[in-house]
Write a protein that binds this ligand. Structure first.
Ligand code: FAS
Ligand code: PHB
Length: 390
């Protein structure tokens, strides 16, 4: 089989690129190692930058997102027993974010691919890219015991942090930058009314917490936990009690608890792989970079990779112009590192670091006081949170 672009990974990055290219007549195939149900069972991101939302609309996948997603013009920071509002709309020149779960976004993308009779393979085993530095790369995979070969012009590695694509770049070419944080996020999803119309980020001496939502009947909450904790250590009651301890009294009483329909612990890391391209292979999304979710940049970082790759592929196929492909890695990394910086900054601002100097704790408190007292500092936060330009 021959396609123009072979995409490894059927998460949001791979699906969005496949949809955008298909609409421009560029043929693709998506090879996904899991089943569609497995992909759609994941509970991940919740906040979309306006740039991501725009891309979903361009991909003809934005209708339900615009109907069911919630426009948020600000969020709260809970600290020292009080709430302080960050007015994103005011400080970003009128922008906002859209609260719409990654699970639903991925469902919309799959349904759009179905409508266009998009080419994808689920349960693809041993997906392997070949001949990356030749002008005739190809990908093989196994399905029902048969080995299948896909010849293509380009390979896009959208296969997430644990995928095969990044590992296909020679070790003497690839440079990896990583920071592991000494804690994780215990997350709970519950069919309860959210306790606040806006997200509440909590800085507390017991640790970070976050009150988020997926809709007015589906709430998403997180508490910072030690890396040694296991999800089975946490009953629902224990989770709700700990979340309440970290909330200011004025809002803790509003918390509506209920059974968890999903409960998991995610470790926090910052990670960037450079370069994001090698020969005819281009990395996108979590395959190339990971951020701690404190700044809600994870999924949103994938969006700019997809935007750059989409326009670079268009320039190649429509105008025989390869400048976008040749410049992809540098351009994507320039924005990725800004998302890394912001995610690191938000994480350092709001989490409890048990084993550090008291001096650093005072610096952290000063950073928060400065943020809340400075419109300039809030403009800096807002322009990053709503999304830097692509
Ligand atoms: P994905 O990992 O979503 O998709 C990659 C796909 O490739 C997967 O479907 C995988 O099955 C497939 N794959 C892997 N190896 C393969 C192979 N060898 N062959 C074929 N297919 C292969 N971001 C936020 O902004 N906010 C959050 O709250 C948040 N929470 C998160 C919680 C968790 C537990 C995780 C892991 C991530 C979270 N993220 C969050 C980040 C997340 O949303 C990612 O940024 C987003 O999923 C990136 O999408 P993709 O790049 O498509 O990668
Ligand atoms: C979420 O709703 O899952 C969420 C929202 C904002 C974040 C992280 C996670 O910063």
């Amino acid at each position: 089989m021959k396609v123009q672009v072979c995409i490894i990974g059927g998460g949001p990055s791979g699906l969005l690129l496949s949809q955008l290219l298909h609409l421009k007549g560029i043929d693709t195939i998506v090879l996904e190692k899991s089943s569609r149900d497995h992909v759609l069972a994941r509970i991940r991101a919740g906040v979309l930058e306006h740039g991501f939302a725009r891309l979903m609309r361009e991909a003809q996948c934005g209708e339900r997102m615009d109907r069911e997603g919630e426009i948020h013009k600000g969020f709260e920071i809970a600290h020292d027993g009080v709430l302080s509002q960050i007015d994103l709309h005011k400080h970003s020149g009128g922008n906002s974010v859209l609260v719409y779960g990654q699970t639903e976004l991925t469902r919309d993308l799959y349904e759009a691919r179905d409508r266009l009779d998009g080419n994808f393979v689920h349960n693809a085993e041993d997906v392997t890219p070949h001949e990356l530095t030749s002008d005739r790369p190809y990908v093989t995979y196994r399905s029902n015991g048969e080995t299948v070969r896909i010849d293509c012009d380009y390979i896009v590695g959208a296969d997430g942090f644990h995928g095969v694509s990044r590992k296909s770049i020679p070790k003497n070419v690839l440079r990896e930058y990583e920071k592991i944080y000494p804690f994780g996020w215990l997350g709970v999803l519950s069919r309860t009314k959210p306790m606040s119309p806006e997200l509440i980020y909590v800085k507390h001496e017991r640790g970070f917490a976050l009150c988020s939502l997926r809709s007015q009947v589906l709430s998403r909450y997180y508490v910072q936990v030690p890396l040694t904790d296991k999800v089975e250590d946490w009953s629902d009651d224990a989770f709700w009690a700990e979340l309440k301890r970290r909330l200011p009294e004025e809002v803790a009483g509003r918390l509506i608890t209920g059974p968890s329909i999903e409960k998991s612990i995610a470790p926090l890391r910052s990670f960037v792989a450079e370069p994001m391209s090698y020969g005819r292979l281009f990395l996108a999304g979590d395959a190339a970079h990971i951020v701690p979710p404190t700044g809600a940049r994870g999924l949103n970082s994938a969006a700019s990779d997809i935007y750059y790759l989409y326009h670079a592929m268009l320039a190649h196929y429509q105008n025989d112009d390869d400048s976008g492909l040749q410049g992809y890695s540098a351009k994507a990394l320039a924005r990725i590192w800004k998302a890394q910086r912001f995610s690191w900054w938000m994480t350092m601002l709001l989490h409890r670091f048990p084993d550090r100097l008291e001096y650093e704790d005072r610096l952290q408190q000063t950073e928060l006081e400065y943020l809340l007292s400075s419109e300039t500092a809030q403009r800096l936060l807002a322009e990053n949170y709503v999304g830097l330009p692509f």
